[in-house]
Write a protein that binds this ligand. Structure first.
Ligand code: IVH
Length: 708
């Protein structure tokens, strides 16, 4: 028997009978499945690429000879391994960052001036820049190993994305193998997945004909199509791809952005040909104006132009700040506008009690998206624009930003309207809503806030929503809707309750599995997702608390400085002389100012906030923040730069020190390890000498960090 099978394996396709072909096809399909799973799902191929290709080829030849044996489940009818329940996660070998925006010519001048300053270039040194259209799609990272597409991922949160390999493999623009002999061993191509206008309209027409939901715009259609669990659905959607950069790479083909994009084209990867290398801001702006003129005729959506420093050694030196590179900027097109009728003004209550007026509009399409809500910011804005219910208004929408009411078309105002009366009570809990007076300026805050604090359900729900949001705890299956429902039922009151949901399930409320729309499986999934977040990075934890003025960047700075919640809490709880020291220490962190200090102080001054944090901490394990620090002689040291540096700009020096794990402070104290003093150093130098702080020249510093 075994002998006969072995013989079958060896036999040429042309010599097999139909019965034998049935047996052989089943065998080959099983083998291919096993290898697909090993390769795509487990990241652990069992056979060489050549052996795998041979299996595929034999399978294909057999199906070609016996077309009636092709089954729906045949490997030829799909790509990769069978769909999993949800997407696996892929940690990007290099983070996928976003771009800083420029909105006008001044911002573009500032960008180039910043680059010049950072690199300490002479005013007459030309800076070559590449201008590229900014495609409005979703970014993807394609990892090629040995020239073969190994996996592909969405951007996700920039560090971890979703494994959409099998879906990306169905996009015809994306090569399975890179062409050419000189392809690096490892090369991650980054680019944009998008849908053309024509394909988008045709897709929506099909969806409508089949009674399926339509997509609001091409971007949403592209995102929805890529994130399908069944790759055959993605395959049926007309997705396209343009590369615009790269991530992890064992070698980079060239020394400029231009070189690399040209090399990518040579490897068979599509790159937008509408790009230009220029050497002046005027030329950048001319390219921008030209593209804006063509915008309406282009077959796909673009929302601006990206400018990138061409030289890669300069890109390297410029590095990143927070989540964006210093060597690139996105020059956005102005927002698209439309006219519609404002039906009424609703008041929403945020997590800090802020009352935000929202315009409810007769739905209208703006830049391809249907808009029915727009923000009116605050009561002063409503008064300034004199917006009244019933008015015809101009609204605008730019990218992912909430649409705004720009102005009222006074000619169209119906008779008998009254100016809008902003409420002085919270529409949710009826507590007084007040505008606090700034003690420094004596001016009333523009924001009216509900004074209900803990008794206001709107604030409580918004705080919980913030806590579970994407950049905070990011708990899968616990979104805004679920939080509100759980709150209503009394399942959830504070963040710590989330981590007790499973333990207390069914005690005061019915078991979650019995709740409408839930079941044993979905409840178990939620409990598992919550468990996954019981261990959390310190910065996400801090950001999740939703303290005023503590955004992601500040949370990261604080987490990096204090390393553990205990240390942060100790600093904030310090008394007397220790308090002054602790405050000075906080203010010495570059990027932390008085507003943050006050916000932290008032948050932790409230006993119920301290209790809520302690309660939460008892449920969690806090991890130090992940960073890309290179260990060095200055890791963990505190450095202050002063005076004029000759070889680096102050910003480059600072960025370099931070990459090496040093803390850069703005003022000298007993905690300073090094003062790096350039020419004309003043009072900081005197103070450092008084305190016995080690003073280094710029050269000595560069030597210390091994960059001399
Ligand atoms: S370069 C380090 N170039 O815009 C970041 N991005 O707002 C490098 N995008 O996430 C991005 N067209 O998805 C770059 N020509 C282009 C682009 C482009 C579209 C997207 C990209 C990025 C987002 C940032």
């Amino acid at each position: 028997m075994a002998k006969r099978k072995e013989a079958l394996r060896e036999q040429s396709v042309d010599d097999l009978s139909k019965d034998e072909a049935v047996e052989e096809l089943a065998h080959l399909a099983g083998e291919i499945d096993t290898h697909d799973e090993a390769y795509y799902r487990d990241d652990a191929p069992i056979v060489s690429d050549a052996a795998y290709d041979a299996l595929r080829q034999r399978h294909k030849a057999l199906e070609a000879r016996f077309p009636d044996l092709v089954s729906a489940s045949s490997p030829s009818q799909r790509v990769g391994a069978a769909p999993s329940e949800k997407f696996a996660k892929i940690t990007h070998a290099k983070a996928m960052l976003s771009l800083d925006n420029a909105f006008d010519a001044d911002d573009v001048h500032d960008f180039v001036a910043r680059v010049r300053r950072f690199l300490a270039l002479d005013t007459d040194e030309p800076i070559a820049l590449v201008a590229e259209p900014k495609l409005d799609g979703l970014s993807a990272s394609l990892r090629y190993e040995g020239g073969r597409l190994k996996h592909g991922a969405t951007r996700g949160d920039g560090r971890v994305g979703e494994d959409v390999t099998r879906n990306l493999m169905t996009v015809p623009d994306i090569p399975q193998r890179l062409a050419g002999k000189r392809v690096p061993d490892v090369f991650e191509i980054r680019g944009e997945v998008f849908m053309s206008h024509a394909d988008f309209s045709a897709l929506n027409a099909r969806q409508e004909a089949e009674d399926k939901p339509t997509f609001a715009n091409p971007r949403n259609a592209a995102a929805g199509s890529l994130r399908q669990l069944d790759p055959s659905i993605t395959e049926a959607r007309p997705l396209r791809f343009y590369a615009h950069g790269w991530g992890d790479a064992s070698a980079v083909p060239g020394t400029t952005q231009t070189d690399v994009l040209t090399a990518l084209e040579g490897w068979g990867v599509p790159v937008n040909s509408q790009r230009q290398r220029v050497e002046s801001v005027d030329a950048l702006l001319a390219f921008y104006a030209e593209l804006m003129g063509q915008r309406a005729q282009l077959p796909y959506d673009i929302d601006g132009v990206v400018y990138k420093v061409d030289r890669l050694d300069w890109q390297e030196r410029l590095g990143f700040v927070s989540r964006s590179p210093r060597w690139a900027v996105a020059h956005k097109f102005p927002p698209e506008q439309a006219m519609t009728v404002l039906e009424r003004i609703d008041i929403q209550v945020g997590r800090t009690g802020a009352l935000t007026p929202v315009a409810k509009l007769v739905p209208i399409t703006v830049g391809g998206v249907v808009v029915s809500n727009a923000t009116l910011h605050n009561e002063d804005e409503i008064a300034r624009k004199d917006v009244r219910p019933g008015d015809t208004v101009i609204i605008q929408r730019a990218g992912d930003v909430i649409p705004q009411v720009v102005s009222v078309v006074m000619d169209k105002r119906p008779p008998g309207t009254e100016p809008f009366q902003f409420p002085d009570r919270c529409p949710v809990c009826d507590s007084l809503a007040v505008r606090e007076t700034d003690p420094l300026t004596g001016r009333a805050d523009v924001v009216r806030r509900c004074t209900g604090g803990l008794i206001c359900p709107a604030q409580a729900i918004e705080r919980l929503r913030h806590f579970v949001s994407r950049n905070a705890f990011d708990i899968e299956g616990l979104g805004a809707k679920q939080v509100a429902a759980f709150w209503e039922e009394g399942r959830l009151r504070t963040p710590a309750d989330i981590f007790r949901l499973e333990r207390l399930d069914g005690q005061d409320t019915g078991p979650l599995a019995d709740k409408e729309g839930w079941g044993t499986q979905s409840a178990a999934n939620l409990f598992r997702a919550i468990e996954e977040r019981r261990t959390i990075a310190f910065d996400r934890f801090l950001y999740g608390l939703g303290i005023r003025h503590i955004g992601q960047t500040t949370a990261r700075l604080l987490a990096g400085h204090f390393e553990t919640p205990d240390r942060l809490l100790a600093a904030l709880g310090a008394e007397g002389q220790h308090k002054e020291e602790a405050q000075a220490d906080l203010l010495a962190i570059d990027g932390i100012g008085q507003a943050v200090l006050n916000a932290l102080d008032s948050f932790f001054a409230e006993p119920h906030n301290r209790d809520a944090v302690a309660d939460l901490l008892s449920e969690l394990t806090i991890e130090p923040i992940e960073n890309d620090i290179e260990e060095s002689a200055v890791t963990g040291k505190t450095v202050v730069f002063t005076g004029k540096l000759e070889r680096l700009s102050r910003n480059e020096a600072k960025a370099q020190a931070e990459t090496l794990g040093a803390k850069v402070a703005g003022s000298v104290s007993a905690k300073t390890d090094y003062l790096v003093a350039g020419a004309d150093a003043g009072s900081k130098l005197t103070k450092a000498k008084d305190l016995g702080v080690t003073v280094l020249t710029e050269d000595a510093w560069l030597k210390l960090i091994g960059r001399a």
